[in-house]
Design a protein around this ligand. Sequence first.
Ligand code: SF4
Ligand code: SF4
Length: 444
Amino acid sequence: MSNKERILSPAGNIRGGTYLPHNKNTSKCESVVIPAPERVIIPLRQHIGAACEPTVQKGDTVYVGTKIGDIDRLVSAPIHSSVSGTVEKIEAIPMPDGSVCDAVFILSDGNMTPDPSIKPPTIKTKDDLITAARECGLVGLGGAGFPTHVKFRIKDDVHLDTLIVNGAECEPYITADERCCLENFNDVLEGVYLIKEILGIDKVVIAIENNKEEAIQKLYSIASDARDEDDTVKVMRLKAKYPQGAEKVIIYSTVKRKVPLGKLPSDVGCIVMNVSSVAALYKYITTGMPLVSRRLTVDGTAINEPKNLIVPIGTTLKEVLSYCKMGENEPTRIIMGGPMMGTSVPNTDYVITKTNNAVLAFYESTLPETTPCIRCGRCAAACPMKLNPASIEQALNAGATEKYKKLYADYCMECGSCAVGCPARRPLVQVMRTAKKEIRRING
Ligand code: SF4
Ligand code: SF4
């Protein structure tokens, strides 16, 4: 077997982490396009960075792909209509993180007519690629929401040697990226080679957990493509261990480099892109249609027909869940995203945004009771960032900010691995969030 044919083993081993039940019930469920909703409610902030300002007003006619929000700030991404119809109003809505955000309410005409001005861009240079990523409204589709065009704005003196395509999808239940690899394979394939060539990246590692054999075999044909004459594109099979897909973890697993606190992947020569982001970018390049819908998994004990759906952005959870035949009783827990890093929401009025890779609904018994910490050390052993959550909680409770700063609380990526095995059921993720917030407040 030649080097070219090999599927790589990880370069570095994930430290800590946890083995979770995969519950990938929908991995064989082909994505279904949900019928156009009567109305979409599109928030003007769906990314890390500045919220957009509306570029439409009440009464305007819009089409699928019409820009409805933008702002002249570096870290931001424009927002487009996901249906054709009429702007009803622009009004603030509650967001899952507890904030409020202006949203454009659009009454659909039911036709899903594409914007007539849409045409595919020409990509010849790095600047063309940056402009395309921005005009697509593309953000990290794995959940991070970091605008892709900002990721591409690499300083001229920085050399990127590795593009890491993140197909790990390590949270239980979610199979949207896996389905993307299978259903949008050509967009992934062409996207990988285009990004590599235009950004002048030496090599590509397509990293995926070893519980997705069909997708691994499919992705392998990217590595064995005739274009890869120098054998620089590889697939890497990772352990199915949570949080393998976290950016810093996957960088360590694939190239064995550590990203220092406050630094970016580009500081260690890497760029990490979610596999669905690669596909979405290539789709934009070939069609000119910006990011107006997303593939997501709907599952959980309250769902009778778990599915992968392709949903117009701005569709309410109510519509998404009822399409998958949610049980008659109200679920006790609805999560936007995965069970580990997703956000629980109190009702089904919230709407799908660019970063939603799943909606989960559960009937659950009451949460287990929290008891005092017994200093067993399991949380520290499980932390991929080598933190000691029990000590940080103790320092937080004592108001000893300097102490938990010294314990690198702000290095926490809120993956929740520490909380999974805690016998005392300490609310460690909340602890870490509070500690990070306090550090940020003090640092100004
Ligand atoms: S795992 Fe829970 S009980 Fe054990 S040290 Fe950590 S916080 Fe305490
Ligand atoms: S302390 Fe943070 S990074 Fe470490 S396991 Fe807990 S949530 Fe994850």
